[in-house]
Design a binder for this molecule. Structure first.
Ligand SMILES: N[C@@H](CCC(=O)N[C@@H](CS)C(=O)NCC(=O)O)C(=O)O
Length: 200
């Protein structure tokens, strides 16, 4: 049995859970909740960085971060749908996934700026820096949207980033990038695990 240590709120954990579903691993793993802010939570022994998600394999080995977990699961159970096997196609999908992941990273940093700083400490220059990444990233995504095709990893990563922005409301991407609205609807219809892993 695989153990995925995560929280229901983590967009990176959601990405891994969606991938596990695509790979047909629903019955092969259990979830172990983690609180990254609790110094006594076991996550800090599993991953010294204290970040989620982390996977504990059947052999008891810890695997992190989400990109390495997905690489591991895909190598073990994948058939090329998620990450193509051809080297050029593989690099392309991983690059698009990295683009979507970078958008998610910037969305997370915007949330952390609000969560970990007092209002008077908030740094607008830093927030604008992150919003620049989010908007440039989403613009680039819209220009290559046909390549974000479910169930490839680029599409899964983008869907989780958009879902995170829907939840935390860092940006109203539905108004700024309306072409992504039908794209996400189609993704959700093709990949049922996306709705099933929605943050509470
Ligand atoms: N690159 C990492 C990012 C993971 C990450 O930042 N997770 C957040 C939760 S969404 C976290 O653990 N934050 C706690 C911390 O940074 O201490 C991955 O892909 O897994």
């Amino acid at each position: 049995m695989l153990t995925l240590v995560t929280s229901e709120a983590s967009p990176y954990g959601r990405k891994v859970r969606v991938v596990m579903d695509i790979l047909g691993l629903q019955s092969k793993f259990k979830l172990q909740p983690a609180n990254t802010l609790d110094p006594d939570d076991p996550i800090r022994d599993i991953n010294p960085l204290g970040k989620i998600p982390a996977l504990i394999t059947e052999a008891g080995t810890a695997v992190f971060d989400s990109r390495v977990i997905i690489d591991y699961l895909d190598a073990q159970y994948g058939d090329g749908q998620l990450i193509p096997r051809d080297p050029a196609a593989r690099a392309r999908i991983l690059t698009l996934a990295a683009l979507a992941e970078g958008i998610n990273d910037a969305l997370l940093l915007v949330v952390y700026e609000g969560r970990f700083r007092e209002p008077e400490q908030k740094c607008q220059v830093w927030l604008d820096h992150q919003y620049g990444k989010i908007r440039r990233g989403l613009t680039a995504v819209t220009e290559q949207l046909d390549e974000f095709e479910a169930p490839n990893l680029a599409a899964v990563t983008l869907a989780c980033a958009l879902g995170y922005a829907d939840w935390r409301k860092q940006i109203d991407w539905r108004v700024e990038f309306p072409v992504l609205v039908p794209w996400l609807d189609e993704f959700a219809a093709a990949v049922p695990a996306f709705e099933q892993t929605k943050a509470p």
